[in-house]
Design a protein around this ligand. Structure first.
Ligand code: OFO
Length: 169
């Protein structure tokens, strides 16, 4: 049985994963409007992944006798100055999510809730991968700079799976 405190903390993570899904959906929309088809597809996929992350925790809460709640969601950013600006925000967002996952792991250990701790290990690994991917893509974009043909190729690469952003769990 989940403690009340962990139930609350997990519901907060449900909200964050839900919001992540919307953040990437808004990024997909911006990229689509700007004509970056590959980046848009990458972001649409990522948005779906985040919904899956949300659902995994949502269902876990109920399986453990807790109460999963559908959260109210905040507004997300819809405008970006550039592709680099957008991917800088992706990295920033994922670093924030990682730190929230770490806080959750910490709470589980304090409460000796090893089942939840075990469930969260998937998220620990996933966050490392998401941060790595965001850093790799941002590094590529920094190398490309203002070179239009470079951005064109970056977009094309993401369309053909070059972002390695496929779902893993
Ligand atoms: Fe759920 O991994 Fe990104 O935010």
């Amino acid at each position: 049985m989940l403690s009340k405190a962990l139930n609350k903390a997990l519901n907060k993570q449900v909200q964050l994963e839900f919001e992540s899904s919307n953040v990437y959906l808004a990024m997909a929309s911006w990229a689509e409007q700007e004509g970056y088809e590959g980046i848009a597809n990458f972001m649409y996929l990522h948005s779906d992944e985040e919904r899956m992350h949300m659902l995994k925790i949502f269902k876990y809460i109920n399986e453990r006798g807790g109460e999963a709640e559908v959260p109210a969601l905040g507004k997300v950013e819809h405008k970006y100055k550039s592709v680099v600006d957008m991917f800088t925000n992706v990295l920033k967002h994922e670093v924030h999510v990682s730190s929230e996952i770490n806080n959750l792991v910490d709470s589980c250990l304090k409460e000796k809730d090893y089942a939840t701790h075990n469930m969260l290990q998937w998220y620990v690994a996933e966050q490392m991968e998401e941060e790595r991917l965001a850093r790799t893509l941002l590094d590529k974009l920094k190398l490309i700079g203002n070179d239009k043909s470079g951005i064109y190729m970056f977009d094309r690469d993401l369309n053909s799976g070059g972002g390695e952003g496929g779902e893993k769990g």
